[in-house]
Design a protein around this ligand. Sequence first.
Ligand SMILES: [Zn+2]
Length: 149
Amino acid sequence: MISAERLLDTAFDEARLGLSEGGIPIGAALFDSAGNLLGRGHNRRVQADDPSVHAETDAFRAAGRRRDYRDTIMVTTLSPCWYCSGLVRQFGIGAVIVGESRTFTGGHDWLAEHGVRIAVLDDQRCVDMMTRFIAERPDLWYEDIGVVE
Ligand SMILES: [Zn+2]
């Protein structure tokens, strides 16, 4: 039995790595149903000067090509935005594990309505990391979620 918390550890490590690089601390990892890591990554909007490199897309691209995603699990430290929720639908990823959705709520309810298995862990480490980041770097945060102040 794979522990969702164990899978989240990899995504959380990616978020921490992103923070240490001066970026937005959101991490993700794609696993198969047996818990084998397929790809991992983090938001690199700042580092790559590319607003399309979200944690989920970074992990997804790192995993390479795959014929079928139904048995894969996308693990992300934060509720997936609409862009990343669209990626989950587009490729038919079967399950999403969300670290937390207190600091931001994206499309995970919408994904659940469309048959994606969703687990929101409400992980305190993830909440603390995002809460601190939003307080320290509101400019970067609102840029990332597309809110014009
Ligand atoms: Zn996203």
